[in-house]
Design a protein around this ligand. Structure first.
Ligand code: OAD
Length: 263
């Protein structure tokens, strides 16, 4: 039976374990941005409660109706543009300054980067990037575009004039091989934290099991624990924005004589 903690005061031992770990991998999902006002996908008010993924987030949907797909992404971009990082993003940004910490996110919102996290591995891409939908020379080269709203829908590819598409991973698409290989490497860690994800979308959801198989201490942080939690070492049934600051890891890493390897 997985040990469960549901009060911030119970997090001292986990904080100590993270402070002493040589390598820590954190994978975040939509729940980490919930307190910033970004809708999740599957919870109350989640996007997939009101929209059908197969109409909006697949290559087939884009081929069928690129304008409809872009209207939805343009709306999400406008919504996210008004959101700010919350204390969960801030804590992870502090941790990212230490050697041995790898941050993987399934989120496309860019809030980890806005909080100052370094070297974020974006498993599902970025809503702030576009790439050529037609596979012209820029196909593998996404470009940044933060205009909200976009002036033309669908936006054009600057190279071939065809349609650009959102720089995100859609259902049925493969994860970039370099991204996947970096994530697989990061499962060989001392502590693996899964934060704010329903752990149902693969291959991201499989990373924590792989980390456990490698011998990592595995933890889920989610106010509504998932089915995966019962296979893990520890379940923290708290919102990320409460749990992560309560670990008080950074204070010790920074203190003289703390176990930090800050780079
Ligand atoms: P989900 O919406 O599936 O799950 C969000 C999780 O966050 C739920 O388990 C909630 O209980 C939890 N949660 C809510 N508020 C929280 C808080 N304050 N702190 C911590 N946890 C909280 O989102 P993801 O698991 O990220 O894929 O979804 C995975 C993928 O499915 C997304 O990346 C997206 C989506 O379709 C693509 O776009 C390819």
């Amino acid at each position: 039976m997985t040990h469960t903690i549901d009060t911030p005061s119970g997090l001292e031992a986990l904080g100590a374990r993270i402070r002493d770990a040589r390598t820590i991998t954190i994978m975040t999902g939509a729940g980490v941005s919930a307190a910033s006002g970004v809708p999740t996908f599957r919870g109350d008010g989640g996007l997939w409660r009101s929209f059908r993924a197969e109409d909006l987030a697949t290559p087939e949907a884009f081929r069928r109706d690129p304008r409809l797909v872009w209207e939805w992404y343009d709306w999400r971009r406008s919504l996210i543009a008004s959101c700010r990082p919350n204390p969960a993003h801030d804590v992870l940004a502090q941790w990212s300054r230490r050697d041995g910490v790898t941050l993987i996110t399934q989120n496309v919102d860019g809030l980890h980067e806005l909080a100052g996290s370094r070297d974020v591995i974006r498993f599902h891409g970025s809503i702030w990037q576009l790439r050529c939908a037609g596979g012209c020379g820029t196909a593998s080269q996404p470009w940044d575009d933060r205009q909200v709203p976009l002036p033309t829908l669908p936006p054009p590819c600057p190279r071939c004039g065809g349609h650009a598409r959102p720089g995100v991973v859609w259902f049925g698409e493969a994860i970039d091989t370099d991204v996947l290989s970096r994530c697989l490497d990061a499962t060989a860690c001392d502590v693996f934290l899964s934060v704010g994800t329903s752990s149902v979308v693969h291959p991201a959801a499989g990373l924590i099991a792989r980390a456990k198989a490698h011998g990592a201490y595995t933890v889920e942080i989610n106010p509504e624990l998932t089915d995966t939690a019962r296979y893990l070492d520890l379940a923290v049934a708290l919102p990320a924005e409460q749990a992560l600051p309560a670990l008080r890891v950074w204070e010790d890493w920074r203190s003289p004589g703390g176990s930090g390897h800050e780079s």
